[in-house]
Write a protein that binds this ligand. Structure first.
Ligand SMILES: Nc1ncnc2c1ncn2[C@@H]1O[C@H](COP(=O)(O)OP(=O)(O)OP(=O)(O)O)[C@@H](O)[C@H]1O
Ligand SMILES: N[C@@H](CCC(=O)N[C@@H](CS)C(=O)NCC(=O)O)C(=O)O
Length: 722
């Protein structure tokens, strides 16, 4: 009765599936997606940024894992499973271990249901439990009134006279009032409990999110963000399901069964209760084993559904490729293969459901019939009335409603526990870069001298990036780091910012080891304009203000002016309120870099890092912005480090460091380095030469001296590609 009115409470599989399919197809933004009704609206994702590419490269394992997790019924286990050697998220854990993990989660949840000093929550839980018991007590009373009504009707109205009202009026009222009371109690319980469940969800999700933000960069680079948010999403839904199914289904049903057994024993003797108890045991055992067996068919159906969706979306995204190679038939066959797998699995789902329902019904109806037989015998021998027969029937029959969903509840509960385990495991991931308990606030009394002493570091132990590197960046100096791509220039910044800790040696700022100071004070002191500017999907104003959350509008505008972006912003139709799009996709690379500089100006930190901060700008804007940056640096005598490929942007630095293969190979001023005729001098001459050639080329094109390459001859075009 109750559950059939709210089947959605336990039957959210379909919604689950759709969400997972969409996440599984992260490459494209799919607006609407189902396999059976194909309503696609696919939008190609623009080129991934450098950091996204890095992320993707570094996550082969986790990508596989999240593909597997695209199947909503497949567990995604973050750390622990890797150790157990599962690549696809299916863990190889014994049932004993699993039970232990499940208990651990239940215990963790109990903390949220009965929080130590939160009397408000305790009161709510207490009230909900009282209402739960009250609703069930009322519910089992209904058959009593029914019995009394039937018994009082068992008179010869023609002989005795009277109406139904005079004979059973009060019982009829009591019957109706009890039913209404049971429903009211039940709904009140739902209302009272809602805030407990929602509070728990908010707390857990908040804690996990906070923890995620504290985790190391290395953790984030090796996980797919989509996978993480999905883990939070599914985990919190799991909490909601676990709490509500426990409070709304498992406990009340268990309570009702015990009450029914008690009443039957008390009223009619042990036999009735024994049959009820034995039936419940058989029914539960049958349901759990059958559900465990048939869950694999649902998994297969979900996997096939995902596969079908992936194939279809891939074909539609690559529509042009399909046409170029006339492969429509091939694509349809691929899609049909997935549909066939879905069809097979779905048939198994339905037939096994029929088996489950039949079995449950046979067990239940046999028990009900046996009890009816006992009661009818009682009536025949005069020990029981017809009302008793009706009461036994109704008492037991009422149990069939919640029991009919036992399998589904069991299946969803298992899934919720797995999802929650993933969520709670996220909270257990350790932070590698930790703050010492006695960490002090970074003191920049010497103007911000940065010293790397014999630093050795590699992202992987077997591939060192910096090898015994030593150098000093004097306080207030304009310092540049140059070197071939991948030699570890940006790594210097990441180590200083303590995204990673060095493996050997130490890094000092004004004589203090970065590992001895608080992370907050360290990171507050360093300002970065990174290679790839991370922008939020919000307005330009919000993105600039991110450098100083409480900055006034004037401050934001002044920062934009100094970063040479104010005029440009003003020309936009919505000015500072213009949205930048996801990852800043709606503005150009150069604009992004200038927003990053504005942000840095607002943050106004003592140590500045520019990691190819102007690489996306044209020469004129770059020069203008660099002039401005230089004046800011000079004004406050800031220590500043420029990482650059274009040597023309840094040749006037106080000191230039040349890195190669993880070693410091040269250092000095531009003039000194040119004199040394080493790596820097080679690089400088090469760049100058290339600039000169470019200038020549432009000039020649202008005067029309160069031949424009001609189109290939037909013979060339007919040559085979290999
Ligand atoms: N998180 C990471 N995990 C593993 N390897 C990494 C990671 N980040 C960078 N690397 C590798 O470390 C090396 C140095 O990287 P870094 O970003 O410091 O180079 P760079 O000198 O700044 O290069 P570029 O001039 O191209 O920006 C590169 O080979 C890079 O592939
Ligand atoms: N009696 C069964 C089925 C109950 C039922 O109908 N469940 C709904 C979901 S709440 C359903 O659609 N089940 C489909 C299925 O289990 O495949 C059980 O105990 O699980």
């Amino acid at each position: 009765m109750r559950l059939s009115q709210h089947p959605g409470r336990f039957c959210h599989g379909a919604a689950h599936l759709r969400r997972e399919q969409i996440s599984a197809l992260n490459r494209s933004q799919i607006r609407v997606l189902t396999t059976s009704n194909i309503l696609w609206s696919v939008q190609k994702t623009p080129e991934p940024s450098r950091s996204t590419q890095l992320r993707t490269e570094a996550t082969t394992l986790s990508a596989k894992k999240s593909d597997a997790s695209a199947n909503p019924k497949t567990p995604v286990r973050i750390e622990s499973n890797k150790k157990k050697g599962d690549l696809l998220g299916e863990s190889i854990v014994t049932s004993k271990e699993q039970r232990k993990a499940d208990w651990a989660i239940m215990k963790e949840m109990a903390k949220y249901l009965w929080p130590k000093d939160d009397w408000g929550t305790k009161l709510r839980v207490g009230t909900a439990l009282t209402l739960l018991v009250g609703a069930k007590v009322l519910n089992v009373e209904v058959p009593f009134y029914f019995k009394n009504i039937v018994d009082s009707m068992n008179i010869d109205f023609a002989a005795v006279g009277g109406t139904a009202w005079t004979v059973a009026g009060s019982m009829l009222i009591a019957y109706g009032a009890t039913r209404i009371g049971a429903t009211l109690f039940q709904e009140l319980r739902n209302a009272v409990f809602a805030s407990v469940a929602q509070k728990a969800i908010r707390k857990v999700a908040g804690n996990v999110f906070d923890h995620l933000l504290r985790l190391d960069l290395s953790f984030h680079l090796s996980r797919q963000t989509g996978g993480l948010t999905r883990a939070i999403d599914r985990g919190t839904k799991g909490i909601s399901f676990l709490l509500t199914s426990m409070v709304f289904h498992v406990f009340p049903t268990a309570l009702e069964i015990s009450m029914v057994c008690g009443i039957l024993t008390y009223q009619y003797g042990f036999q009735f209760a024994a049959i009820t108890a034995a039936t419940m045991v058989a029914y539960t055992a049958f349901t759990i084993t059958t559900t465990a067996w048939r869950t694999k068919f649902r998994k297969q159906a979900n996997a096939a559904d995902n596969k079908g969706a992936t194939v279809a979306v891939d074909s539609l995204i690559n529509y042009e490729a399909v046409k170029y190679f006339n492969n429509e038939g091939y694509e349809v066959a691929r899609y049909d293969k997935a549909l066939k797998a879905y069809e097979d699995a779905s048939i198994k789902v339905t037939t096994s459901l029929a088996f489950l329902n039949s079995g449950q019904n046979i067990i239940f109806s046999s028990a009900l019939a046996s009890m009816m037989y006992l009661a009818a015998n009682g009536v025949a021998t005069g020990q029981l009335t017809v009302g008793d027969l009706v009461m036994v029937n109704q008492l037991v029959f009422q149990l069939s409603v919640p029991l009919n969903f036992l399998g589904s509840v069991y299946r969803e509960l298992r899934q919720s526990l797995l999802d929650m385990e993933t969520l709670f495991n996220l909270q257990k991931v350790n932070v590698n870069v930790k703050e010492k308990p006695d960490a002090k606030i970074l003191n920049l009394s010497h103007g911000g001298e940065i010293r790397f002493e014999n630093v050795t570091f590699g992202y992987h132990p077997d591939r060192p990036i910096l090898k015994n590197a030593s150098f000093t960046i004097p306080a207030g100096a304009k310092f540049a780091v140059v070197g071939p791509s991948g030699c570890g220039k940006s790594t210097i910044l990441r180590l200083l910012f303590r995204f990673y800790d060095v493996q050997e040696g130490r890094i000092l700022i004004d004589g203090q080891d970065v590992r001895d100071v608080t992370l907050e004070s360290l990171r507050k002191s360093i300002g970065v304009v990174p290679q790839d500017t991370p922008l939020f999907n919000d307005t330009i104003e919000h993105n600039i203000r991110y450098g100083k959350i409480d900055a006034s509008n004037e401050e934001v505008q002044r920062a934009a002016e100094r970063a040479h972006v104010h005029e440009l912003i003003q020309r936009l139709p919505e000015g500072y309120k213009t949205a930048v799009g996801e990852r800043g996709m709606m503005i150009s690379g150069g604009e992004k870099q200038r927003l990053a500089v504005s942000r840095l100006i607002l943050k106004d930190p003592p140590l500045l890092f520019f990691d190819e901060a102007t690489s996306a700008l044209d020469t004129y804007t770059e020069q203008a912005l660099l002039q401005n940056i230089k004046s800011i640096i000079k004004e406050k005598a800031r220590t500043s480090v420029f990482i650059a490929h274009r040597l023309r942007t840094i040749y006037d630095s106080d000191q230039i460091l040349v890195l190669k293969d993880g070693h410091v190979v040269e250092k000095g001023t531009h003039a000194e380095l040119l004199e040394q005729k080493g790596v820097y001098a080679d690089l400088w001459h090469a760049q100058e030469l290339s600039l000169a050639q470019d200038a020549d080329l432009e000039r020649n094109l202008e005067v029309g001296e160069l031949e424009v390459p001609t189109a290939p001859t037909p013979t060339d075009a007919n040559k085979p590609l290999n």
